[in-house]
Design a protein around this ligand. Structure first.
Ligand code: ATP
Ligand code: LTN
Length: 270
């Protein structure tokens, strides 16, 4: 108010803010070892050095048809899995995306700076739509990366722990932030992806050429974090392997490379 002394802390006296993290996980099924090694383990580690916001991204999940009761259960399950993995609610913020309407509001504003061409080039869009050419492909699937950019930019996150498959989306987020800042003045922090060196992309146990996925057709594709030990044992024993007798990593041995990658990431042995 005019005439009142300014009692706010002068900028030089404010403590430097810790860098911020934002990441999201879709409530589309049981989380698996790929989610853990690719992302969740990073969520937990980054709490030591960053202020973290971890989000259950239910608005992303509904870009493919969901059953209401299942979506509700999966949303709670993902939040529980965050906690069980070591995300500490005393230190980090856990939110459900649809509870914070500003995610959708900022997505709309970012839509005004995003280009059709750059969205059409997203490999996840091409994978999920078989090339993205059909007349009846959902607009939500197409616009998915803009909502993801809004998630990240809303919190001015500096770092985004994700698996390799999300790198292109974080790069798009950077492009949108820079384009917006150039047009309207510095508004957004341009974030960096943080991708684990040892487990960037865990592949399916039944098909080592495709990433492990909770939406995979067979339960022998993935190890769910909630699978009991005997089920895990059975899945590992049934995992596809390569021809030959040598157990080693190599481009000609994608299945063994994947199993050794999992072993190495979990045991932390090179
Ligand atoms: P889905 O398992 O259905 O393919 P998704 O990857 O589309 O799921 P999320 O569950 O939201 O979606 O992913 C959560 C995090 O886990 C993301 O950071 C993603 O990059 C990471 N992730 C998912 N699958 C793997 C994988 N196979 N290897 C490494 N990281 C992964
Ligand atoms: N698209 C991501 C999930 C996601 C996300 C985010 C990840 C939505 N918003 C913001 C990091 C930051 C996925 O499919 N795994």
């Amino acid at each position: 108010m005019s005439g009142q002394p300014d009692t706010s802390t002068p900028p030089e006296a404010k403590p430097a803010r810790r860098p911020r993290v934002f990441s999201g996980t879709q409530p589309t099924g049981a989380l698996h070892l790929g989610n853990y090694l690719g992302a969740l383990r990073g969520y937990v580690a980054m709490q030591e050095t960053h202020d973290c916001v971890y989000c259950v991204v239910d608005l992303h999940a509904i870009t493919v048809r969901q059953k209401r009761a299942e979506l509700r259960r999966n949303t709670i399950d993902v939040a529980n899995t965050f906690l069980a993995s070591g995300v500490d609610p005393e230190r980090s913020i856990i939110i459900v995306q649809s509870h914070v309407p500003q995610h959708s509001e900022l997505a709309w504003i970012l839509n005004t700076v995003a280009y059709m061409g750059e969205l059409r080039r997203m490999t996840q869009f091409k994978d999920k739509t078989g090339g993205g050419e059909g007349e009846s492909i959902g607009v939500g699937l197409f616009d998915y990366p803009v909502l993801m950019a809004a998630d990240i930019l809303l919190y001015r996150a500096d770092a985004v722990p994700v698996g390799e498959d999300q790198k292109q989306h974080v790069e798009l987020t950077r492009d949108l932030a820079e384009r917006f800042n150039n047009a309207f003045g510095k508004t957004f922090v341009v974030p960096e992806p943080v991708i684990p060196a040892d487990a960037a992309r865990i592949m399916g146990l039944d098909d080592p050429l495709k990433k492990m996925s909770k939406s995979a057709g067979s339960e022998y594709n993935y190890i769910a974090l909630m699978d009991p030990p005997d089920v895990i044992r059975r899945k590992i024993k049934r995992a596809v392997t390569d021809s030959g007798t040598e157990v080693r990593v190599g481009e000609d041995k994608p299945a063994l490379t994947n199993l050794l990658t999992v072993y190495s990431a979990l045991s932390r042995e090179p």
